[in-house]
Write a protein that binds this ligand. Structure first.
Ligand code: SF4
Length: 295
């Protein structure tokens, strides 16, 4: 049986890029926990671990993961903690792990807006180098329909604040979030905010329905019409085509995605668009063959 030095409060989520990181769970759940599309932490009530437990777990992880280069702070929005608490945790990590390259965490734009510029700079100086932020969309109608609790403006302001402090961001957009009816505005406004943010990393995930599409439709604030696979690819195509970015590392390698895409925007934009065009024609041709087979 695989031995693990600490007991996690399951389920624990981490971005694909943190597969080789030590996971330190400093909070449980998500303090917001109201996004209509998200079921990740519905089984947990939000709480913050006490500092003594965190200290002990840092020590156990450091012993177990000798030489590890990265630490990911879980769960859903570890950055909701005050800057003082985060700084004490980062100090402890530095002391026990030594040669660490980076500490990262999920964050909400509001977590960043609630901290001063000076606090964010101190966090950066103490090792916090990367934040994963699921802004999901740049479209304010959709953000309201899915009860995201953030807007185009709050996301832009919070993320710029992190960048000004020297903290890099990895931004996530949710393909299919608004269904067929809002697809175009989702793609265009998401491209617009990504162009303004110009994050270091960008990824897309595809909307899924772990508790059924009917539940999503019921809680979605607009009219949700499910998209076909071709429509999801077309939405992604409009999104990518309209990003005006510089050196954005794009990955679409989450388990929810039907197509793995990666490259640097704008350099590899045309290649990614070609891959999407190919996927669109291939899917159309597969659908035609299946349809002809039925006749
Ligand atoms: S803020 Fe993030 S973790 Fe929390 S409910 Fe929304 S999507 Fe889920």
């Amino acid at each position: 049986m695989f031995f693990f030095p600490i007991k996690y409060d399951e389920p624990v989520f981490r971005p694909p890029a943190e597969a080789n990181s030590a996971i330190l769970q400093i909070t449980k759940g998500c303090s917001y926990n109201k996004c209509v599309f998200c079921e990740m932490y519905k089984s947990k009530s939000f709480s913050i671990k006490d500092f003594e437990t965190i200290k002990k777990e840092i020590e156990q992880l450091a012993e177990f993961y000798k030489g590890v280069k990265k630490i990911f702070l879980a769960d859903g929005d570890a950055m909701v903690l005050s800057a003082n608490k985060l700084l004490s945790i980062l100090d402890e990590i530095k002391m026990k792990f030594g040669r660490l390259q980076r500490v990262s965490a999920y964050a909400l734009p509001s977590n960043l807006l609630s901290k001063t510029d000076k606090e964010l700079k101190q966090l950066r100086e103490n090792g916090l180098k990367l934040l994963y932020i699921g802004i999901e969309s740049g479209d304010n109608d959709l953000l309201r329909f899915v009860n995201k609790g953030e807007s185009y403006e709050s996301s832009l302001e919070g993320i710029k604040k992190a960048h000004n402090a020297g903290i890099d961001t990895s931004i996530m957009i949710l393909n299919g979030l608004g269904g067929r009816k809002y697809s175009y505005q989702h793609a265009i406004n998401s491209a617009k905010i990504i162009s303004e943010i110009n994050p270091k990393f960008l990824s897309t995930l595809t909307l899924s329905f772990p508790f059924g599409i009917e539940k999503y439709k019921k809680n979605f604030g607009g009219e949700y019409i499910q998209q076909t696979l071709i429509e999801l690819y077309q939405e992604l195509r409009i999104f990518i085509e309209n990003i005006d970015g510089n050196n954005i590392i794009f990955r679409s390698n989450h388990v929810s995605n039907n197509l793995n895409l990666e490259g640097t925007l704008a350099k590899d934009k045309q290649g990614i668009l070609d891959q999407l065009d190919q996927a669109i024609s291939q899917t159309a041709s597969d659908e035609y063959s299946n349809y002809s087979g039925i006749l």
